[in-house]
Design a protein around this ligand. Structure first.
Ligand code: 0RQ
Length: 503
């Protein structure tokens, strides 16, 4: 065994992935590490996909239920999906092969708030977890596990699984030790206690996972790069959205609702818009900002390096190749500015509310009243999943949703009369931003929200159609508090389905 396994009880369990895979059986519920591109097991999944392929070749049906932190590496999603190896997937995916299987009705997918996963598994909504496969960066002399580049639900998986297979990845710099904060104070009601985290940089747990060595059936050694999260440079639309958001921060500071230099802890979703917003922060007057989010993208490393951000808390790193290089070359520096936590803490409603997080998430579409659809294209086909957006949006100090005003080359308006699927209700969404402008909905009744959203956020091509819909709905005797023409509320979507355009 390599020097990464400093405990003899674990060293005696070292074996190859091909041997370890015997511990995974058909119909098992398998919980794996991995959150965004970081920390997915590297060799057990290919071995499992091969085992499933072999079983299928002999005519037997071999599927597992797969529980993860969030999305896992693209290769992992593909390998298991292509052999039809997954019966049920929970809680998040963002990969085209898996997405297609789900939308074809060939894979069950349960889409839940990321902060809920641990508790729901603890109380048994997903039955017994048979096997956990968890990547770590080392095992200490006393038999505790040093985490890798993401935490996700690993603490829960290690606690609840009947059997545990560890992948010890020596590619991860040893100096990550100490970047993690694993909180062991969570309990189920009625014994739940307040989570003692009052500042982003607080450490409330320990740097390692505890594990009952008797459950560990195999230890597999690897030396594999984490997969990378590609980032493309922000385009004009993302830059415009970012510009509106940064102006909003200035406005809030001028109105005394946000501290001038440091604002409040920021959460930014994944994707180019979020990256553009974060990327724009170092052009502003800010110093010593904090972030309380679920992933750390490349733009964050730059902000930490130049002092714009003092501390970032998340559950995973989601870096590009060059981001991975930067972090690995300077782990000792970043370790003092980054804390990785279990996702039930990084996304915890209690902590998000206490810290006053500024929540900024992407959306597919919003309706004229501010209900937001983040997950279902045309109301039926899943895109990715709700992820952590709901954890932050409902509980944040102020909650922004951002999107280009159109999609698919202008054929789709992302402002519609009524969203055919709702992830975030009008009550969870205070600000909507597109490249057209920013609608500040705080303190507004539904009618005023509709006028504000149409005027500030809708694309000029769609504005007259939306105004026409709202004006006619508002004139109906049945208009009520939130006017709608029910037979027409989804007419934009229907027109797209029929003609390929909402126009
Ligand atoms: O599809 O690439 O096939 O053209 O949706 O759209 O504009 O690239 O936006 O990457 O920011 O993703 C909501 C999906 C936005 C994301 C969503 C099509 C569009 C394109 C992507 P193509 P963009 P983004 C946790 C944060 C939920 C989870 C979450 C998401 C593709 O933000 O998954 O928030 N959110 N996690 O063409 C049909 C529309 C569309 C549309 C866009 N109205 N109808 N298709 N698309 N709008 C919190 C953290 O802390 C990380």
């Amino acid at each position: 065994p390599s020097g990464r396994i400093r405990n003899t009880a674990f060293a005696s369990k070292v074996m190859s992935a091909d041997d370890a895979v015997k511990y995974i059986q058909p119909d098992d519920t398998v919980a794996i590490s991995g959150f965004a591109s970081a920390g997915t097991p590297k060799v057990m999944i290919p071995a499992l996909a091969e085992k499933i392929r072999g079983a299928r070749a002999t005519g037997s049906n071999f599927t597992i239920n797969l529980l993860t932190g969030a999305s896992v590496s693209t290769e992992t999603e593909r390998l298991l999906t292509e052999v039809d190896g997954i019966a049920l997937r929970m809680p998040y995916q963002s990969e085209s092969t898996a997405r297609k299987r789900i939308n074809d009705g060939r894979m069950d997918y349960v889409d839940i708030h990321l902060s809920h996963v641990a508790q729901q598994v603890w109380v048994g909504y997903y039955g017994q977890v048979d096997v956990a496969v968890v990547e770590v960066s080392g095992i200490t002399e006393s038999g505790e596990l040093i985490p890798a580049a993401s935490i996700g639900n690993n603490k829960t998986w290690l606690d609840v699984a009947k059997k545990v297979i560890l992948e010890v990845n020596s590619w991860i710099p040893e100096a990550v030790e100490g970047m993690h904060d694993i909180y062991y104070g969570t309990a189920l009601p009625p014994d739940r206690k307040p989570i003692p985290l009052t500042r982003v940089q607080d450490r409330i747990g320990q740097p390692t996972f505890r594990i009952d060595p008797a459950k560990v059936v195999a230890v597999v050694e690897t030396n594999c790069r984490d997969s990378a999260s590609p980032v493309t440079p922000p385009d004009a639309i993302s830059e415009a959205i970012a510009g509106h958001v940064l102006e909003f921060f200035d406005y809030e500071v001028r109105n005394g609702r946000l501290p001038a230099d440091t604002l409040l802890p920021l959460q930014a979703g994944i994707g180019n818009v979020a990256n553009a917003v974060l990327g724009g922060l170092d052009r502003g007057p800010y110093k010593g900002l904090t972030c309380y989010s679920e992933v750390i993208q490349d733009s964050m490393l730059r902000l930490i390096k130049d002092g714009t951000v003092a501390h970032a808390s998340s559950t995973a790193l989601a870096l590009s190749e060059s981001g991975i290089e930067e972090l690995t070359a300077n782990v000792d520096f970043y370790r003092n500015h980054i804390t990785l936590r279990p996702q039930e803490i990084s996304n915890h409603p209690e902590v998000v509310r206490r810290l006053g997080v500024i929540a900024m998430n992407g959306m597919l579409e919003a309706d004229i009243y501010g209900n937001v659809n983040s997950t279902h294209v045309m109301g039926t086909k899943i895109m990715n999943g709700i992820g952590g957006s709901g954890d932050f949006a409902r509980n944040g100090y102020v909650s922004l949703f951002m999107s280009p005003s159109t999609a698919k080359g202008g054929a789709i308006s992302s402002i519609v009369p009524m969203t055919p699927h709702v992830d975030h209700t009008e009550h969870d969404c205070q600000v909507i931003v597109t490249e057209q402008g920013l609608a500040d909905l705080r303190g507004m009744s539904p009618r005023r929200r509709a006028r504000e959203i149409i005027e500030k956020c809708a694309h000029p091509e769609f504005r007259p159609m939306l105004n026409d819909y709202f004006t006619r709905a508002d004139a109906m005797p049945s208009a009520g508090q939130t006017p709608h023409i029910l037979g027409e509320a989804f007419s934009f979507h229907q027109r797209f389905m029929d003609t390929g355009s909402m126009r």
